[in-house]
Design a protein around this ligand. Sequence first.
Ligand SMILES: [Zn+2]
Length: 253
Amino acid sequence: MIIDAHVHLPTYSSLRSFQEKKERLLHEMQKNGVGKCIIIADSWPDTEIGSTAECMSLFPKDNSDGVYVVGGISPDVDFDDQLELIRRGIEQKALVGIKLFPGHEKFFLTDRRLDPVYDLAVETGTPVLFHSGWDCSQFGEVEVAIETAKRYPDLRLVCCHCWYPLIHSTVFALPYPNIFFDLSSVADEPERWEQVGRSVRELIDSVPDRVMFGSDAFGCSMEQHIQFVKDLGLSKETEDKIFAENAKMIYSL
Ligand SMILES: [Zn+2]
């Protein structure tokens, strides 16, 4: 079974309601043999991919449809209310993680306003995911991730996108066992697969228990990302870890 540890609701204009978006996601999972996925909510209200409250209400917390929810939060909007919502979501087992979007938003991962987020994550054993790479990458770059991981050794910190396109940066994070990686969006440019594949292979060979499959669907292709991982030529045991076992462990699914 494949677990896609990083998806969002689709934003196609043909899909008018969140219910239609949910059905489109479930269809995409079925089409690609993905048995479970982790859907990441936005950190802002009025968003096409759904806020934390919207994603939570869309997917049953018994996870009967195979979808688990990660709540989004920003230090720049409704912070206290969002944090309270996320705390309740974690307590009710309706959330399996907390996502920060440094780079999409202009704050550093080390911003002290985030202390209550990290405290809650440590207290409840909930992973914190962060956006990395692409544009404005300084806000979530490897140095600030390491600083955060060192400050909170009991925090599980998930680096989404492996600092793409600078996947080589992951090498600096390897000594910190509480930093994990999801492969979302790294296979978005097929013309670079050979080069990206080499870096990802090195990462997986170094820390096979700390890397998870993710696609960043629907911004990126679920099918394409699955093919990318299959093309890496991993052993069956390692492929199982990347496609499912590591996500089960890291998110306590
Ligand atoms: Zn994403």
